[in-house]
Design a binder for this molecule. Structure first.
Ligand SMILES: Nc1ncnc2c1ncn2[C@@H]1O[C@H](COP(=O)(O)OP(=O)(O)OP(=O)(O)O)[C@@H](O)[C@H]1O
Ligand SMILES: [Mg+2]
Length: 233
């Protein structure tokens, strides 16, 4: 059984009295340990797709099954627990809390767990260290560079060691060098066994992926084998 299974998922939004189909994904299976890149132009439905995968956006139709769990058949409360256990999410807007330090931001997902305070700090420090930010935990987000803020957001997404990491344009605003080091971090997480789905505008980032899924006008195209994916540009 695949870790993530998408079965005919649709999402429509109502804008005024018009109904717009933002996404239609007929069938997609993601195996444990895969690194899937989702590529498509602005407005094509990438964030919609990722938020549905992240159990944050109820589809208009279809099913999302993760580790045998029919995610949108769960109650809201069960779905919150599911998210906590399975999903790390790096949002398109990084959503760091401006008045908390980097370390405190990374600790946020642990606040709702039964993990003791000292261990929370240790885990958050370890996650920051993995991002090369061991000396910057005391800084506020505004006192960090864009790339550093991005790495804080990734540290926060992985601090709970979720099996699935979903990232939305995580290298979008970075120069190619900083973007490259963020990609190295994802490579490392993949090696550690995380399953990653990464939304990107940048075809260059796709070479790190085991598969590329293209979204065009809300339609999720069947993934291409790595050796043929030169054609997605
Ligand atoms: N809450 C909403 N209400 C109405 N329409 C929406 C809503 N969210 C997204 N849309 C529309 O759905 C489509 C897909 O949006 P989405 O945010 O998924 O695109 P995207 O591929 O992530 O774009 P970008 O690369 O610019 O982030 C767009 O046409 C957008 O305007
Ligand atoms: Mg988006």
């Amino acid at each position: 059984m695949s870790l993530i299974s998408i079965e005919d998922i649709r999402k429509s939004y109502t804008a005024g009295d018009e109904e717009v189909t933002a996404l239609h994904a007929t069938r997609l299976e993601v195996e444990e340990g895969e690194f899937v890149a989702v590529l498509g132009p602005s407005g094509s439905g990438k964030s919609t797709f990722l938020s549905i995968l992240g159990a944050m956006n109820t589809p208009t139709g279809g099913r999302l099954v993760v580790d045998g769990i029919d995610v949108y058949a769960l109650t809201d409360e069960q779905r919150t627990d599911f998210r906590r256990e399975y999903i790390g999410f790096v949002f398109q807007q990084l959503q760091l809390i401006p008045y908390l330090t980097a370390l405190q931001n990374v600790m946020l997902p642990l606040a709702v767990t039964s993990i003791g305070r000292r261990e929370q700090v240790e885990k958050a420090r370890a996650a920051l260290a993995m991002m090369g930010l061991e000396h910057k935990g005391g800084r506020l987000p505004n006192d960090l560079s864009g790339g550093e803020q991005q790495r804080v957001a990734i540290a926060r997404a992985i601090v709970n060691d979720p099996p699935i990491l979903l990232t939305d344009e995580a290298t979008g605003n970075l120069d190619s060098l900083t973007g490259g080091s963020v990609m190295d971090i994802f490579d490392e997480l993949k090696r550690k066994g995380h399953t990653i789905v990464m939304v990107t505008h940048n075809p260059d980032n796709c070479r790190h992926a085991t598969r590329v899924v293209e979204i065009v006008d809300g339609h999720v195209k069947l993934p291409q084998a790595p050796e043929t994916r030169g054609g997605v540009h």
